[in-house]
Design a protein around this ligand. Structure first.
Ligand SMILES: O=C(O)CCC(=O)C(=O)O
Ligand SMILES: [Fe+2]
Length: 200
């Protein structure tokens, strides 16, 4: 590939972490294909979460896939991963090549419109490999994504476009929280895939 055609990969965090934005890694036509295949094949379900001791169902839908049917705990509820589909394996291969890291599981989130988002959190669950990379691949409508430093409260915003890849690693989860803010400007869906490494 011509050097000038390559995406410039840059760390969007000013300190205390490395989060590389790779830009668009899947072209628009392939994105349409994968978006539709994911809608047709992934077993999306409204997520159950425990908030203030009460079980609630989230508006966004989620699904957890993996290399094996391992148990995982997320939002204080233990579930079992579904075995990777062939499209997820193909996407995992693209993301692994781009990021230079490997992954054994994938959490998918389906946001039906801008009314749905995800609040500030960091992905430091006990079962995840400590300081392991988390690769976030987005399909569908572009949405704003924000990081906030846990101490200084400094904020970094970016837009996650159709077919784009963001890789969070080294210190990101320890020192920063991130969120997908709800917005009235968006009325169409988005699917986000976060590839992770679970310690088996
Ligand atoms: O939808 C996104 O872009 C982020 C999702 C996220 O932060 C997560 O699944 O932990
Ligand atoms: Fe997250």
């Amino acid at each position: 590939m011509d050097l000038f055609e390559q995406n410039s990969i840059s760390n969007i965090l000013p300190f205390d972490g490395v989060t590389n934005y790779h830009g668009i890694v899947i072209d628009a036509k392939q994105c349409d294909f994968y978006y539709q295949r994911l809608i047709d094949t992934i077993e999306f379900k409204n997520d159950e979460a425990i908030i203030f001791g009460k079980k609630i169902l989230t508006k966004r839908k989620v699904a957890w896939y993996g290399a094996a049917e391992f148990a995982y705990t997320y939002s204080k509820i233990t579930k079992t991963a579904i075995i990777f589909t062939k499209e997820l394996l193909a996407l995992k291969a693209i993301v692994e090549k781009e990021s230079g890291e490997t992954y054994n599981s994938c959490l998918l989130n389906l946001y039906h419109s801008g009314a749905e988002g995800m609040g500030y959190h960091s992905d430091g669950e006990k079962m995840l490999k400590k300081n392991g990379a988390i690769a976030s691949l987005s399909f569908g409508v572009a949405r704003k994504f924000s990081f906030k430093h846990k101490e200084s409260k400094q904020r970094i915003d970016l837009v996650l476009e159709n077919g784009s890849l963001l890789v969070m690693k080294e210190g990101t989860q320890t020192n920063w929280v991130h969120r997908l803010p709800p917005t009235t400007k968006v009325s169409t869906p988005r699917i986000n895939l976060t590839f992770r490494t679970v310690e088996l």
